[in-house]
Every structure is written in structure tokens, then in C-alpha cells.
Design a protein around this ligand. Structure first.
Ligand code: GRF
Length: 211
């Protein structure tokens, strides 16, 4: 009986986090998991090429293609329902996740944020802006966080974090790349593997490893 964790990966751009998941399923680092779909809110992004190269069904579901935000929200949820998804993975996804999806998938949506939450997160902190703020503040450590998604932006229960040193002379681009390489591409697949193998649970709003 194939009881693999069925994941849909939501993307908006280049898809390096998606690629890390694809590669770690292929090399056996991530077990018991199947990517049943990639959903992008943007057409023509390299994430879609990565999905095609891996033989994974890909869909473009963009707010621009719907008469209202509500219709987009419904279409996104319907696609995820249709794919019989167990876990929604936001990997470089910049679209606002609809409350109807969050309500339907409690603690079944995870996100990678390129900072150590609660630092440099929330409204306006995405992509390079996160790293600009970290460098502006002069932190010596930044990193990445994987967390469950709830209705409060970047506030859901934290699953994994990994710290990365900020080095003299770092630009936002250099810091972003180091955090992706040393943190994001490691902890997002690791979080998926933990969930796929039923290793964690959420108790009173906090993630803990099962005994
Ligand atoms: C990266 O800055 C990542 O930290 C954030 O989205 C951006 C693009 O990620 N989550 P990807 O290359 O599309 O996975």
C-alpha cells in the first residue's frame, strides 16, 4: 500500500527550495514522500522547468487569471483538494495563502522563511528585504526557519531553524545565497521528512518531537 506523504509545493520563482526537495527525495534523504504537484502563481518561472524536468505535474494558478481574489482562493484550494494533498509546502511562495486553505489544512501547510523567526519576519519581510534588514541591524547570525502556517503571517509553530553566520562585507545577495545553501535547502527537506515519518506533533502551539 503506497502510503507516502502526498505533498504539493507552492512556488513563485526560481525554485531552488523545490529543487532541494526533489533532489533529497531522489537521493533517499527524504523518505516516504511524493510530490504530487507544483503550483506556481507566476507563469514562465524556472520552478516550472524544474518540475517538468522531474516529471512532476505543474499548474499555474494566478490571482491575475480570476475576476476576484475569492475566486482565486477557491481555485487554489480546489486544486490542492483534487490532488489529495497531505502537506502543502510553501517554497519561495509569495502569494497570500487564503484563510479557507489554512482552515481546511490545519498544521498541514509549512513555509520556509529566510530568517530566524521572530526576527525579520511579518509584513514586508520577503526575499532580499529580509537580508537587507538583517545587514542594516548588524546581526552576526541570521538563518532560516521552517514553520507551520496559520492565519498570522510567519507566526505559526516553528518546526526547525538553522543559524548562519553573517560575514563582514556581506551584501543582501551574498547573505541570501549563503542562507539558502547552508540552511533553507537543508531544513525544508528535513521538516518534510519529519512529517512524512510522523516524528513531530504540535502541542499547545509548540512543535515537539514524538517520543
Ligand atoms: C528565497 O529568498 C527564499 O529564502 C524564499 O524565497 C526566495 C526564493 O526561493 N523562501 P526559491 O529559490 O524560489 O526556492
Amino acid at each position: 500500500m503506497d502510503n507516502k506523504l502526498r505533498i504539493a509545493v507552492l512556488v513563485s520563482g526560481g525554485g531552488t527550495n523545490l529543487q532541494a526537495i526533489i533532489d533529497k527525495i531522489a537521493d533517499g534523504t527524504v523518505t516516504n514522500t511524493e510530490i504530487v504537484g507544483v503550483i506556481s502563481n507566476n507563469p514562465g518561472v524556472y520552478s516550472l522547468t524544474r518540475a517538468a524536468n522531474a516529471g512532476i505535474p505543474a499548474y499555474v494558478i494566478s490571482p491575475k487569471d480570476y475576476a476576484s481574489r475569492e475566486e482565486f482562493n477557491v481555485a487554489l484550494k480546489e486544486k490542492i483538494d483534487e490532488l489529495r494533498v497531505d502537506l502543502v509546502v510553501l517554497a519561495g511562495c509569495l502569494v497570500k495563502i487564503p484563510e479557507i486553505l489554512i482552515d481546511a489544512y490545519p498544521n498541514k501547510i509549512i513555509n520556509i522563511h529566510p530568517a530566524l523567526i521572530p526576527s525579520f519576519c511579518g509584513l514586508g519581510y520577503y526575499g532580499l528585504k529580509v537580508h537587507e534588514a538583517a545587514l542594516e541591524r548588524g546581526v552576526k547570525l541570521s538563518g532560516a526557519t521552517v514553520h507551520f502556517v496559520n492565519k498570522d503571517l510567519d507566526e505559526g509553530p516553528i518546526i526547525l531553524q538553522k543559524a548562519v553566520a553573517v560575514e563582514d562585507g556581506d551584501t543582501p545577495k551574498i547573505l541570501q545565497q549563503r542562507i539558502m545553501e547552508q540552511a533553507e535547502w537543508k531544513i525544508l527537506p528535513e521538516a518534510i521528512d519529519l512529517i512524512a515519518n510522523d516524528r513531530i506533533e504540535v502541542v499547545e502551539g509548540k512543535v515537539r518531537f514524538k517520543k
